[in-house]
Design a protein around this ligand. Structure first.
Ligand code: GEK
Length: 243
């Protein structure tokens, strides 16, 4: 696995973070060392998909990057006629994802689309995954995205929504930020790398509180939302559409 050293050297002016070729090359290492619980979430997404996948339906992986969530779900789903749709608007990600899927999944069982997830038509879905993607949409666009997902889900279908959370109480925010910094140090990131990456993400990754997510999911129509996983400030929610 190629090691992430993108922010290891001083950058005169740190530009906004983007999912470039350089990022795609080191992405598995970057996300594993930056997101507490990422590998556990990926593995357990498969179990959730195993429970909720419906025969002859689609499973969407929105903001798929290299398709880790899809591979985990494909290894678990047993129903007949399930096909996977992976979407990302970074061509650096989708070109690599396409190659990985061709190696790992049977032809005709998947599609990799390079587009904004806000433009993709969602239909006949039993499971939709937004694994650390909604946080990159403008806050004003997030409800419309969830409404489109809700409309595209079959009755009884689910959305798995993983996000970095914000905390309303300043003391909680400080504590969890501190633990996340320690996690990055423990994974070998230097103070320079941590601070440059933080500046790069400042205007790009805008987190919501759990309460904001829960209220938005309810407004979009979901009947039940549970927080099924949390590693420091990184959480994954399961939202269920009623029968
Ligand atoms: C994983 N889910 O490994 N439309 C399409 N893609 C987008 C958009 C958009 N509007 N905005 C951002 N992306 C993956 C990890 S990474 C999370 C997801 C992270 C894409 C972006 O190009 C990137 O590939 C992905 O969302 C976010 O389970 O890096 O923190």
């Amino acid at each position: 696995m190629a090691r992430d050293s993108i922010y290891a050297h001083p950058q005169g002016q740190v530009v906004d973070f983007a999912f470039t070729e350089a990022v795609a090359d080191v992405f598995p290492d970057m996300i594993r060392r930056s997101v507490p619980g990422y590998e556990t979430i990926i593995s357990l997404l498969g179990v959730i998909a195993r429970r909720y996948a419906q025969a002859d339906s689609r499973i969407y992986d929105l903001g798929c990057s290299l398709g880790a969530a899809t591979l985990s779900m494909a290894a678990q789903v047993r129903e007949a006629g399930v096909s996977f749709v992976c979407v990302d608007n970074s061509s650096a990600m989708t070109s690599r994802c396409e190659q990985i899927m061709q190696r790992r999944l049977p032809a005709g069982h998947f599609e990799v689309i390079c587009d904004d997830i806000q433009h993709v038509v969602l239909e006949n879905a039993s499971v939709v995954v937004l694994n650390f993607t909604l946080q990159f949409l403008k806050p004003a666009d997030r409800l419309a995205m969830l409404e489109r997902i809700y409309q595209g889900l079959r009755p009884g279908g689910v959305l798995i929504l993983s996000e970095k959370l914000r905390f309303a109480a300043a003391a909680d925010q400080d504590l969890l930020t501190d633990l996340h910094l320690e996690f990055k140090r423990a994974n070998g990131y230097s103070e320079l790398e941590i601070s440059q990456k933080r500046s790069a993400l400042d205007n790009v990754l805008i987190p919501d509180t759990f309460e904001e997510h829960a209220a938005r999911l309810q407004a979009a129509g979901f009947k039940q939302t549970v927080n099924w996983f949390q590693g420091f400030s990184f959480a994954s929610l399961l939202a269920v559409k009623g029968e």
